[in-house]
Design a protein around this ligand. Structure first.
Ligand code: NAP
Length: 301
């Protein structure tokens, strides 16, 4: 792709108003001197098929996709990358040189890049507690396994959804292992715990605790998903909510001696990976972080 040609990118969401992706990508294009534009499109669920067909017709080179379209868009695409297929959801679509719409999911990879860069945690030796079993949890779980994690315990308000996610992860891990070593993965431990049991038992057994629920998100900033009873100092506690930047959950964890990992990094890295897929260029991470931080400060002021 030539960097001197005008190109249009965008976001499909409903509603789309509050998203920080347009300002982040447009600032990144500007920093690299690319004459590209990223536009937010408010696409209702019933209009999604026509909007996707319109991408080819209009020559829009790439889009991000968010609530409520991440799963619904899958059957409308020509191809999926293997991890997006395993997750069953897409947050980035690229129009290839051959004119095919290819779906990717950069949420899980973005989360793991942020986690490894910011905490240095060794996933192979880490017992993970995942709070929540929605779309973000699924993307994160797949990438934790892809990056060597061998122990995941899931707790979710609706326990049946935690069971479904656990089965999904086992299936992915076995398929991955069969491909790589010709045998089933024997060392992977995936468990489900009831929320009540987890509250009674405490979190002593885990070295990484990840909140993937929206609990604690602005304006309900005083709420936390779980009392961190029995938390060992040095445990990494991570929250994918990034507004506020440091949630009540992370503040509690910090007071108990944990290393905390904020959700902003996931947002920046998932955007940076999409940017690379869109443009072929490495994303200007610092520029993207600064503009998002500025917007978050303005919106919470
Ligand atoms: P989702 O698919 O709707 O899943 C939400 C999950 O949270 C479900 O497991 C749900 O449990 C649980 N949950 C919701 N309300 C709860 C409550 N009051 N108490 C306990 N559990 C609750 O949503 P998602 O797409 O995974 O997104 C989840 C959060 O991650 C959102 O806040 C989103 O903004 C954030 N996120 C951040 C990034 C980032 O870049 N940092 C990226 C993606 C998402 P049930 O199964 O019982 O309903």
């Amino acid at each position: 792709m030539s960097g001197s040609e005008k190109q249009l990118f965008g976001l499909f969401a409903h509603p789309v108003g509050h998203s920080l992706s347009p300002v982040m990508h447009n600032r990144a294009f500007q920093a690299l001197g690319l004459p590209y534009h990223y536009h937010p499109f408010d696409v209702s669920p019933q209009d999604l098929p026509e909007a996707v067909a319109g991408l080819k017709a209009l020559g829009i080179k790439g889009i991000n996709v968010t609530i409520p379209h991440k799963e619904r868009i899958v059957p409308l695409l020509d191809e999926l990358d293997p991890e997006a297929k395993a997750i069953g959801a897409v947050n980035t679509v690229v129009l290839s040189k051959q004119g095919r719409l290819v779906g990717y999911n950069t949420d899980g990879a973005g989360y793991v890049q942020s986690l490894l860069t910011e905490t240095g945690v060794n996933l192979e030796q880490t017992r993970v507690l995942l709070l929540g079993a929605g779309g973000a949890a699924k993307a994160i779980a797949i990438y934790l396994i892809k990056n060597g994690c061998t122990s995941v315990t899931i707790a979710n308000r609706t326990e049946q959804k935690a069971e479904t996610l656990a089965n999904h992860i086992r299936h992915y891990a076995n398929a991955k292992n069969r491909q790589e070593t010709n045998g089933p993965l024997t060392s992977l431990q995936v468990d489900v715990l009831s929320w009540t049991f987890l509250e009674q038992q405490g979190v002593t057994d885990y070295q990484l605790i990840i909140n993937t629920t929206p609990v604690g998100m602005w304006p309900h900033v005083e709420q936390t998903p779980l009392a961190l009873q029995g938390l060992k100092p040095g445990t990494v506690v991570s929250d994918i909510v990034y507004n506020p930047l440091c949630t009540a959950f992370l503040n509690n964890a910090k007071q108990l001696g944990a290393t905390v990992h904020q959700g902003l990094g996931m947002f920046i890295y998932q955007g940076a990976l999409a940017f690379k897929l869109f443009t072929g260029y490495d994303a200007p991470l610092d520029v993207m972080r600064q503009v998002v931080l500025k917007q978050l400060n303005l919106s919470s002021a």
